[in-house]
Design a protein. Structure first.
Length: 278
């Protein structure tokens, strides 16, 4: 049973009682919260949102924490330093893809607030269920294609889930990161399971039926957390920033690619020095 697997993994990784959990409004972070409570840990929920614009994820995370008497830390993301934040993400944290920039951006403001030694995240869980747009269109229809999708995500690409950047944050802030949904035991559990087994009669049914705690809450279907918080919309404003969008691109993904190429070429340091002394 997946609840027992998560129980054993969290018990193995989290040696102390206090643990920070990156909370969204979805199933995956909630399963980790419930697991910690079953282990008599003392979790603290952290959830971010654009300043002045609480998202569904942040509001639902706060609601879940309140229902289960868990401390909750809301993290409003400032927007007035986005140019420098983008440079930091490119230069210091080596973000390359648009999704990496948008997904890692909030942690510039989350990690400085974390007091707990251990950090727990549900990143990667959605790929076991094949819930991405690409997965839903091309991979959900047979077990073989489901397995192919899972393998490609967890083992067939560099830096899945931007784990390199999360590990860098943890090293910088002297934290210990636990990522249960990336563990082989979880991968093996989902391997060879069909779409119908895990997502019928409703999304993520397989795991929700094993955590009776879900009877106390209602959760919407999956949405990527950076989209729910409208971080993608925030980054669209960089199209009008002449320093960041130095090639006058029409798409944020192309801006990110330009900065990645600049970084790979070894010229990013000189470029940043010049932009800071203009």
């Amino acid at each position: 049973m997946i609840d027992n697997i998560l129980y054993n993994l969290v018990d193995r990784d989290i040696k102390g009682s206090d643990v920070a959990i990156f909370m969204g409004g979805g199933t995956d972070s909630a399963t980790l919260l419930f697991t910690c409570l079953r282990l008599n840990k003392k979790p603290v929920g952290y959830s971010f949102f654009r300043k002045g614009k609480p998202s569904y994820d942040s509001l639902k995370a706060e609601e879940i924490c309140k229902i289960f008497n868990v401390p909750f830390i809301p993290v409003p993301l400032p927007e007035d330093n986005l140019e420098e934040d983008f440079k930091t993400l490119a230069n210091k944290y080596n973000c390359k893809k648009k999704t990496q920039f948008e997904c890692i951006f909030p942690f510039l403001y989350v990690f400085p607030l974390i007091k707990e030694k251990y950090v727990l995240t549900g990143v990667g869980a959605d790929s076991h269920y094949v819930l991405s747009k690409k997965g839903m269109i091309h991979y959900k229809h047979t077990v073989e294609k489901m397995n192919e999708f899972r393998y490609n995500y967890f083992y067939g690409q560099k830096n899945p889930g931007a784990l390199d950047q999360l590990r860098q944050f943890c090293k910088e802030y002297d934290k210990i990161l636990s990522v249960p949904y990336f563990e082989k035991e979880v991968y093996d559990y989902f391997y060879d399971k069909s779409w119908e087994e895990i997502n019928k009669p409703y999304q993520k049914y397989l795991i929700k039926k094993q955590f009776k705690e879900f009877d106390k809450i209602k959760i919407k279907p999956h949405i990527n957390y950076q989209l729910c918080a409208e971080i993608d919309d925030l980054f669209e404003t960089l199209l009008n920033n002449k320093v960041i969008n130095f090639k006058n691109r029409k798409r944020v993904m192309d801006i990110c690619r330009d900065w990645s190429v600049l970084n790979s070429s070894g010229n990013l340091g000189d470029f940043l020095w010049n932009t800071n002394h203009m």
